[in-house]
Design a binder for this molecule. Sequence first.
Ligand SMILES: [Zn+2]
Length: 113
Amino acid sequence: MKTPREPDLELRGKLIRSLGSLREMLPGSFVERKRACGRPTCHCADGKRLHSQYQISVLMDGKPKALNIPAELAEKVREKIEMRRRFDAAAATICGVNLKRFLKEKKKGDRPV
Ligand SMILES: [Zn+2]
């Protein structure tokens, strides 16, 4: 006979298997700033066509840091920071499934006094 489907366990397994693809995740948040470089002949001197400056805003040893990212790495870094968000969301879901199962088990084990 086929064992009944357990959607929670299927979800948990799927999430666990997806975590490997998030191994390159980075902490912090991705920041894009617009700035003028100061050269009077540059296109940014009009105050509208500004340069993009990319940064990771992150805590290092408890202190907030803004780390500059070269423009060619910006998209990769943005994805890696997004991975962290997905990792945290997966962990929260897995913990939720496990807590539900724990409470169910506990109830089963409870004996009337
Ligand atoms: Zn400029």
